[in-house]
Design a protein around this ligand. Structure first.
Ligand SMILES: [Zn+2]
Length: 119
């Protein structure tokens, strides 16, 4: 079970970052490259030409893109679906909670919302 879970986790990571890139480029932003910070990997994007709402969608596109991988994983190994769904849930809690300690999508969405609310 560990190998399929690891494979799904790696595919979720790739889908997550690709989701950010594809939607950003679709909306008119630019992809500047891949970024490594310690054990974390991410993409560098230029969103200067996007509205706040478009930026929010580019942030949400990463976690939402993982859903496709988990659905495919559940179809691939239905008896392990609970593990894949648990992985997705844990990833969303880690990534979408605005911890403020590291620049995850939740923290960026929170800062974006505060900037919009204050302007
Ligand atoms: Zn992300």
């Amino acid at each position: 079970m560990l190998i399929p879970l690891l494979v799904v986790a790696i595919l979720m990571l790739a889908a997550h970052e690709a989701g950010h890139v594809v939607l950003t480029r679709f909306l008119g932003g630019r992809w500047l490259g891949i970024e490594f910070k310690g054990i974390m990997v991410g993409v560098r994007l230029s969103v200067k030409s996007l509205s706040l709402k478009q930026i929010a969608w580019t942030l949400a596109a990463g976690p939402l893109s993982e859903t496709y991988i988990v659905v495919l994983a559940c179809l691939w190994r239905p008896h392990d679906a609970h593990w894949f769904l648990l992985l997705l849930g844990l990833e969303w809690v880690l990534n979408l909670t605005p911890w403020g300690l590291f620049p995850n999508d939740g923290t960026r969405l929170w800062r974006l919302w505060r900037k919009h609310a204050l302007s």
